[in-house]
Design a protein around this ligand. Sequence first.
Ligand code: ADP
Length: 423
Amino acid sequence: MAQPKQCDACTSQQGASRQTHHTTTAAQAAKQKVAARMRQIKHKIVVLSGKGGVGKSTIAANLAVLLAQQGKRVGLLDVDIHGPSIPRLLGLDGQRLTADNDALVPLSVNPNLHVVSIAFALEEHDTALIWRGPLKMGVIQQFLGDVTWGACDYLIVDSPPGTGDEPLSVCQLIDDIDGAVVVTTPQQLALADVRKSITFCRQVGLPIIGVIENMSGLICPHCGAAVDTVETGSGESMARDMGVPFLGRLPLDPQVMRVSDAGTPFALSYAESDIGKQFATIVERINDYCTSGGKRTMNENKQPEADTKSRRFALPLAHGILAQHFGHCSEFMFVDVDAEDTITNTTSMTPPEHEPGALPAWLREHNADVIIAGGMGSRAQNLLRESGITVIVGADGSAATPQELVMTYLNGKLETGSNVCDH
Ligand code: ADP
């Protein structure tokens, strides 16, 4: 990347401070470049999953294709650095990015759909990349700031599975992401990991547009009938338990696999099939979320923001440990944490009598910022979230003090399972 021109401060400073000044200026310039490109794009969506192989890239590619077919101008960015599959899904294998002056030009699938993938910059299709976090961040920054995305209605970012450097970089680099679409399959193994993705979104302040349960039941290859399996619906239950919207289910359809592997988006080639129609409904929900004010604005600077203000945690207790029933607990422990994530104070209080809506109002009055609970009804969760309170449900407090639970949360290690009570 080109070094910025020397300014007065550079010429008047020596050695390390001059170097630091250079680095800061270059970092600021890169950030500004990203901001300028992103300002031209109305809506930004990140597609996430807890595990690989659940259909995240297939959904990202088809979401982009369908929005483009509806007349929207769409950018699709594949930041799955270790396993980019967008080129194959769109029949773009082996293509290369071109440059226009200092900028990179995305590949155009049609006049409305423009694609960038790390695969377009690799010499060999099968090259394995071993990159550390800062290098990944640098490449993603380039893909956001140095690509001529132009004025777009949507930028869809296909992130690798899990909660690693790539989704974190995207969240740090784009200030106003509309939200995440989280893809899972209904198997318990996938659900365990997707809960981490949801927790990740909450920790970085990334709104969740909703969860898609993919490969939910299957379409018989012989007669075309839809068949449910024992797991069907588990992704939807998980979304409800974790208090996040559910966007819809898509069955495992052998036709989808066949056309996807051949580089044809199923959303177009099977638009009239059940899966095509179900997918179109999901895309409509996503579009509605982004365009109808359902969008919540992300915090200006999510990562540092979380670390730069003091917060008040509230935990419902029963017999001194985390209560499983939020609405029926006998005591609340308020834990105050300063900007350095040090606990400064703990206060125990008796909540008001159980009555619908009473607890959220009482917690607001007592300035709670984050609630950590075992189980909580969806109405209470919604009331709390509408007041700007972060709600974490499904925490297991059987072997930890309230203070330990708060510290585990602050260290990003709090594991959450199912909502153990939904009333
Ligand atoms: P991920 O991005 O989560 O790793 P992919 O999108 O690459 O997953 O999908 C993995 C495989 O599953 C691909 O072969 C794809 O065609 C197939 N697939 C995805 N969704 C479906 C579906 N609903 N029915 C059948 N096959 C699917």
